[in-house]
Design a binder for this molecule. Structure first.
Ligand code: FES
Ligand code: FES
Length: 164
């Protein structure tokens, strides 16, 4: 048994504090320790991106990070972006434009897409496909995911302009 570490982190705006073995992967912390089960596990080789969350402003595959590395971090998962009563524009757009089927890749896709749209608020199709290349989907063929992200970008840019 390795020695447990004292970890503190803020997940979706809530402070969490616990003891964890250094080898605990962040995806298991989220899913099994904190019961935040939106982020999923689709591989063991860091390819699929189903586990994508945002850590201190960056898209991170939480299967490839130890919880010890996230000590002191701010973590956002799909649950922190919006819920059934207050959908994030990307959640709304994925629903409207059929950007999901089984839904297993969706939490990672949408969490990644929030960062992509921060990085490039008005992306071309090519920039969307490249920017989302770390997230694999077995159902949609990606076409409607691209459409959903384009629609959300248009919506978010219009809302920003209206607010100015
Ligand atoms: S579970 Fe596949 S990249 Fe994390
Ligand atoms: S919707 Fe099924 S894997 Fe993407």
């Amino acid at each position: 048994m390795s020695k447990k570490m004292h970890i503190k982190m803020n997940v979706n705006g809530k402070d969490e504090e616990f003891l964890a073995e250094p080898r605990e992967l962040l995806i298991y912390t989220l899913r099994e320790r904190l019961n935040i089960t939106g982020p999923h596990i689709g591989c063991e080789t860091s390819h699929c991106g189903a586990c994508t969350v945002t850590i201190n402003g960056k898209s991170v595959k939480s299967c490839t990070m130890f919880v010890a590395q996230a000590d002191g971090a701010e973590v956002t998962t799909i649950e922190g972006l919006g819920g059934p009563e207050n959908l994030h524009p990307l959640q709304e757009a994925f629903k409207e434009h059929h950007g999901l089927q089984c839904g297993y890749c969706t939490p990672g896709m949408i969490t990644r897409a929030t960062k992509l749209l921060e990085e490039i608020p008005n992306p071309t199709e090519e920039e969307i496909r490249f920017g989302m290349a770390g997230n694999i989907c077995r159902c949609t063929g990606y076409q409607n995911i691209v459409k959903s992200i384009q629609a959300a970008a248009a919506e978010m840019n219009a809302a920003k302009e209206a607010a100015e």
